[in-house]
Structures are given as C-alpha cells and as structure tokens.
Design a protein around this ligand. Structure first.
Ligand code: TXA
Ligand code: MG
Length: 344
C-alpha cells in the first residue's frame, strides 16, 4: 500500500478531504493530537477498527480510546455518565485525559476488546477535532508499531507504518509529547490506570482524591486494569536502564556510560539540561522542555535508535507532576531494568 503524508498547514482542504475519503471507505488514517499521533478509524465501523490492530500488530485484547469532539458524543457512547466523569470532562476537556466509563452497548466489541467499559477522550488539537467533527467519533491508539515508542512527529509515524496505511496527516510536533492520562471514573474515587498529560495533582485539585492503579510502576503479568500496561512497551532497540533519582545521579549515569564504553558498546545518556551540564563530554540526548521530562522521552528514545546506541542510560526523576508519566514510560522502555542508589 502506498502511504501519502500531507502537511495540513499547507493543504488543509485537500488533507481533510482525503482523510474523510479513506475513513468513510473503512480505512485507517494517522493524525496529530496534542499528546502523540493517533491511528484512527471510524469508531462504529468494526471492520475498519480491526484494520488498526492489523497495521500496528496490536494484541486484540488491548482496547482503544474513542475520540470525541463534543460532550454529547461522549454521553451517547457511555451507558452511565456519572458526576465524576462530568467533573473531569469539564475540567480537562478538550485535553490529555481519557475517561473510562461504562460502555454503550452499540460500541463494537473490537474497540473495547470485549470489556463492558470504554475509554473516551476529547483531544484539543485542532486537526483532531476537525477530523472528528467531519467524520464522527474516531477510535485511535498511538500510531506506532506495537511495542515501539509513541510517535510525536509525522516522521515517526512514517518510520513505523509507511506502506501499511494510506494516509498520514502531518500537523507538526505534538505539544504534550506523552499520551493522555487514563482514569477510571466508575468507582467512588477516580483511579489512574495510566499516568499522562494531566497529573494526579491536577485531578486531586478537582475531585479531592485520586488513586493510582497497581501495575503503573511494576511489571504486569496476566490481567491488568489497563491492558496497555504490558511488560514490553515503548522499547528502543538498544539496551536501556533507568537510573533511579538520588544525590549521586549524574555520577551513576557517567559510570554506566563509561562501563559501556569499556565493553566496546556505543552508549548515550537521556537526561535533562541540568544533568547534561554534569556529565562532561559524554553523548547525551535531552528529554526536557521547560523542565518537563515527559515531553521529550519518546523522541529521545527514537533518536537513540537512530544514532545506533547499544546502551541507553535514562535519567530518573521524582514521581511528582508529569514525572509520574515519565517514570511509567521510562520503566517500560527499560524493561524494568532499574539501577538504584543503594545498589551501588
Ligand atoms: O494520548 C493518547 O491517549 C493517545 C492519543 C492518540 O489519543 N492514544 C493512546 O492510545 O495512547 P493507546 O491505545 O496507545 O493507549 C490506550 C490505553 C491503553 O493502555 C489501553 O489498555 C487503555 O488505554 N484502555 C483503553 N480502553 C480501556 C478500558 N476500557 N479499560 C481500561 N483501559 C483501557
Ligand atoms: Mg500506545
């Protein structure tokens, strides 16, 4: 299959016309959101949604997020839209938050992977919103080959899915850089199944409390609250280790790097600008933008692959604010290979 990549800024009318043609024909289309690029199909078209799983090589037991453009669409797709969902949607939509609610019976089971719940999100990216307004709710996972780091540019999507999908809408680099926070709204207290662009602190400020599901910071085997928390995920090709934060963080990153050099490997350190200043002439890739490490992690992992790094030392950060999303992805990128200060 030939893949067309089209810059939405340059040819908006053509881009949305092509996207509508492919979507209505039951095909999949990659499009930008404020978090990461999505690979979308019409949510109510079971066969089209099935093509998403084929293109990504995604396990069928991992449900998709349905993207909506209005609150009315979200309510129509849920069997029960409670006060918690309403409050969170009001506070954070459009934006990087996916709400797990009881699913309306007409949603195809391929979308929910057979669960009785569905994840709903109203993205804030204007391209995503227009695509949904013109075509209806769109089911979309991140537009990467299953297991790879999520794509934050159209070029990343191209690297993974070129030849497998008909169209990529290029809307530039994603502003948030990490996926949405997935929150289960069905219990007494909202529960984070996957940390993301909206922080736990922000949810607590709105709802008064917020729990974090087991499995967010540890390997998940068998059944998980969020099936996407699989062990191998966001993985670069090089061997990655997460260096847990501590007073000697920069020294420990340097030691891991130097050890790799001694073994004849090509290493790289993924870190913040502040840590970069402490590691001398060693090769680094910056993750942070304005102090936010989650923003640049996926792009950095792909860059490490592009430079042929065989050993990747990832700087850890405290578990606060977007640090929680960063550590959740970094842990998985490293296959839970962690080096802590007290292990030295
Ligand atoms: O920011 C994002 O969330 C991006 C953009 C494209 O919107 N999408 C994304 O989708 O990251 P995906 O498929 O890569 O991740 C969706 C996560 C998975 O971990 C999946 O298991 C979980 O949401 N999920 C979806 N529906 C669920 C449900 N009904 N119950 C529990 N977890 C669910
Ligand atoms: Mg994904």
């Amino acid at each position: 299959m030939q893949t067309t990549k089209i810059a939405v800024d340059e040819q908006p009318a053509r881009a949305f016309e092509l996207a509508a043609q492919w979507l209505q024909a039951g095909e999949v289309v990659a499009f930008p959101t404020e978090t990461v690029y999505g690979l979308g199909a019409l949510a109510m078209d079971a066969q089209a949604v099935h093509r998403i799983f084929l293109a990504k090589g995604r396990p069928a037991d991992n449900p998709l997020i349905v993207h909506v453009a209005t609150l009315a669409q979200a309510q129509a797709l849920s069997r029960c839209w409670n006060a918690c969902a309403q409050k969170l949607a009001q506070a954070f939509w459009p934006g990087p938050l996916s709400l797990i609610v009881a699913a309306a019976p007409e949603i195809p089971s391929v979308v929910t992977a057979g669960l009785d719940s569905v994840a709903l999100r109203m993205p804030s990216h204007p391209v995503a919103l227009r695509l949904i307004r013109e075509n209806g709710p769109i089911a979309a996972p991140s537009a990467n080959v299953s297991g790879r780091p999520s794509p934050v540019t159209a070029q990343h999507v191209w690297e993974d899915l070129q030849g497998k999908i008909p169209l990529i809408l290029d809307g530039g680099t994603c502003a948030v850089g990490v996926e949405s926070t997935v929150v289960d709204t069905r219990g007494e207290v909202p529960c984070i199944l996957r940390p993301g662009g909206v922080t736990r602190e922000q949810i607590v400020a709105v709802c008064g409390a917020c729990t974090v599901a087991q499995g967010v910071f540890e390997p998940v085997h068998g059944k998980a609250a969020s099936p996407g928390m699989l062990h191998r995920h966001y993985a670069p090709r090089g061997q990655a280790t997460l260096i847990w934060p501590g007073p000697h963080l920069a020294d420990r990153l340097c030691r891991g790097y130097d050890e790799a050099v001694r073994m004849g490997q090509t290493p790289v350190i993924l870190c913040s600008a502040a840590v970069q200043a402490q590691v001398g002439a060693r090769r680094t890739i910056l993750c942070d933008a304005a102090g936010d490490m989650a923003h640049g992690l996926f792009a950095a992992l792909r860059q490490a692959d592009a430079m042929g790094a065989q050993r990747i030392l990832i700087q850890g950060v405290p578990m606060e604010d977007t640090g929680m999303a960063y550590m959740n992805r970094a842990l998985r990128a490293a296959g839970f290979d962690v080096q802590r200060e007290d292990m030295d």
